[in-house]
Write a protein that binds this ligand. Structure first.
Ligand code: ZN
Length: 87
């Protein structure tokens, strides 16, 4: 995701913000994610994006993301999210 967004910013340098509207993949709440370029890459506010398979991404609201962000390893994150859904 980060690579794709970086490409968007590179392709159109006048873009200062990308706004993504969607629903949290966990609780279904409507979210507005603002993506802005920063000196270290990109900054996200209002939610988070996670890759769940190649070129497919899910959006999470800050509340749900805070729960899963404690685990930083992608594979463990995926496993835990699957388990949460199954339960
Ligand atoms: Zn949520």
């Amino acid at each position: 995701m980060i690579a794709i967004i970086k490409k968007i910013f590179e392709a159109s340098p006048e873009t200062s913000k990308i706004e993504l509207k969607g629903k949290c993949s966990d609780c279904g709440r409507e979210i507005d994610i603002n993506i802005t370029p920063t000196s270290r890459g990109i900054g996200l506010s209002g939610g988070a994006l996670s890759e769940f398979s190649p070129n497919r991404y899910s959006a999470d609201c800050p509340d749900c993301y805070n729960v899963v962000s404690l685990i930083t390893h992608h594979f463990r994150l995926k496993k835990i999210k699957k388990n949460l859904r199954a339960g």
